[in-house]
Write a protein that binds this ligand. Structure first.
Ligand code: ATP
Ligand code: MG
Length: 470
């Protein structure tokens, strides 16, 4: 038996075969159909799609043969691939000294006739054959040879198709990967954008609050000096007036009958009433200036400028200071009745927090309540607008401030958006839509608390601000 020769381009040929990733794959209908057709056309009991590997021939498809591969040195096809541009036809293997001693000839499957059409890739490598085999010697007429060649080209087309599909699949999975990456990037960008907006919101609000704080601190400072001057001098005025009144009493005692001009003046100014009322006026002036001093102190506390650390503070004081600032909005006007404030303060401990930021939260939520009440007066003639402020210990180490109004309530369709920055239902120029979003950040992010609400249309809204004591 003659060993089959190796094609000149054997190394590259094997690489080409490798490229198709076909060896040892499962049977495929497309190849089996072509093999059946080959057997049918050539009228042989056996037909194969054989691929010649480095040391074996492996059958991608087979008709009439059990074996799935044979050693390369026994393969007829190993001879065929050495002549890529022509078929190998062996009419009778017993009479061909290349094959006469081949065990595939001398024993099962007893090959006599062999016709192999090389499977040549577009770049010229013969990977194997499409072959028809018979157990008896015979010939193949030219039409059948041509048909077998045509079928062999179809086998190559199938192989090419496989490679293209594999490439396509790779492309698709690359695409999917790229898409995923893009989506990831997009998400990151959205997050960055969200962060940016939040920072912007914070900046705007803190700018707003800080200018309000500066304004208030400035006013408080300006009022402080003259008030102290008045307050400080009131006690002297008091003493002087008492002295003068004493003097007058003495005159009245020792000169009970003054001349007519003095008598007339005394009746005109009603000396007795004047003496009595002057005392009262003085003491109410004292109370008034004391009140102004308190207000100034509250204003200074409210602004709490420059306080950037957490401190233990009395939240009631913060609420009171905020109410003081909002006082002008609670009083009755031509349009709106007075807004009643019902305080239900309970005994709560001092809370460790950023005082000015918490004041900002009270300010935002109370302002919203006042807006909702004013709206309810106009819309539903709410006769008794009121705000109830309740403080209590909600659970161990937590305090809650509940601020409830009996205003318009929050419509269902905007409930999911009220904490969004820049969301406002108020007319242009009235709301910026920052109040709640900034309050949420202060309560939830900065103080690890919760900010939530209950609301009912035309029945009012209650906000809960719950924060840990420390
Ligand atoms: N107590 C409330 N009753 C009814 N609606 C409310 C109440 N509090 C908030 N809202 C609704 O939530 C929206 C958002 O409130 P937020 O305080 O964030 O913005 P704003 O009050 O509109 O504007 P800003 O506070 O920046 O001036 C309001 O426009 C309003 O529709
Ligand atoms: Mg608001």
């Amino acid at each position: 038996m003659k060993q089959p020769p190796l094609p000149a381009n054997e190394q590259d040929r094997l690489k080409a075969l490798e490229r198709y990733q076909i060896l040892d794959t499962d049977p495929e209908l497309a190849f089996d159909d072509l093999t059946s057709l080959a057997a049918h056309i050539c009228d042989t009991p056996i037909a194969l799609v054989s691929l010649v590997d480095s040391d074996r021939q492996w059958f991608k498809s087979r008709v009439g043969l059990e074996a799935i591969e044979t050693p390369r040195e026994l393969a007829f096809c190993a001879h065929t691939i050495c002549q890529p541009d022509q078929m190998l036809i062996v009419p009778n293997a017993l009479q061909d000294d290349r094959f006469a001693a081949n065990p595939l000839v001398t024993a099962d499957p007893n090959i006599r006739f062999y016709a192999g059409a090389p499977l040549v890739t577009p770049d010229g490598f013969a990977l194997g054959t499409l072959c028809a085999i018979d157990r008896i010697p015979r010939e193949l007429d030219p039409q059948k040879i041509a048909a077998l060649q045509a079928l062999s080209r179809q086998v190559i087309s199938q192989l090419e198709l496989r490679i293209n599909i594999a490439k396509l699949k790779q492309n698709i999975s690359k695409r999917v990967q790229i898409e995923q990456n893009l989506r990831g990037n997009n998400q990151r960008l959205t997050q960055v954008l969200k962060k940016l907006r939040q920072t912007q919101v914070q900046l705007i609000q803190s700018e707003k609050m800080s200018s309000l704080g500066h304004l208030i601190a400035g006013i408080a400072h300006e009022i402080n000096n003259p008030v102290n001057f008045i307050y400080g001098n009131l006690s002297h005025v008091n003493i002087y007036i008492k002295d003068l009144l004493n003097l007058l009493t003495l005159y009245q005692e020792y000169y009970p009958n003054p001349n007519d001009e003095i008598k007339l003046q005394a009746t005109t100014i009603d000396v007795d009433f004047l003496m009595e009322d002057l005392q009262k006026i003085l003491s109410s002036m004292k109370i008034g200036t004391e009140r102004i001093k308190e207000i100034v102190l509250s204003l200074r506390n409210f602004s709490r400028l420059g306080e950037s650390e957490k401190k233990f503070v009395d939240l009631h004081e913060g609420i009171e200071n905020t109410l003081l600032i909002l006082r002008h909005r609670l009083l009755a006007t031509a349009e709106y009745p007075n807004i009643a404030i019902i305080k239900e303060y309970h005994d709560i401990p001092q809370v460790e927090c950023y005082a000015s930021q918490m004041n900002q939260v009270f300010m935002n939520i109370l302002s919203n309540a006042i807006d909702a009440l004013e709206e309810s007066v106009i819309k539903t003639q709410n006769p008794k607008p009121k705000i109830r402020i309740r403080t209590e210990i909600s659970r161990p180490n937590y305090v809650v401030i509940k601020i409830a109004d009996n205003g318009v309530g929050i419509p269902k369709e905007i409930q999911t958006r009220i904490f969004d920055p820049f969301f406002t239902s108020k007319p242009v120029g009235k709301g910026t839509g920052l109040g709640l979003s900034i309050s949420y950040q202060i309560v939830v992010d900065k103080h690890v608390g919760t900010l939530k609400y209950k609301t009912k249309i035309n029945n009012g809204t209650e906000f809960w601000i719950e924060i840990p004591v420390k």
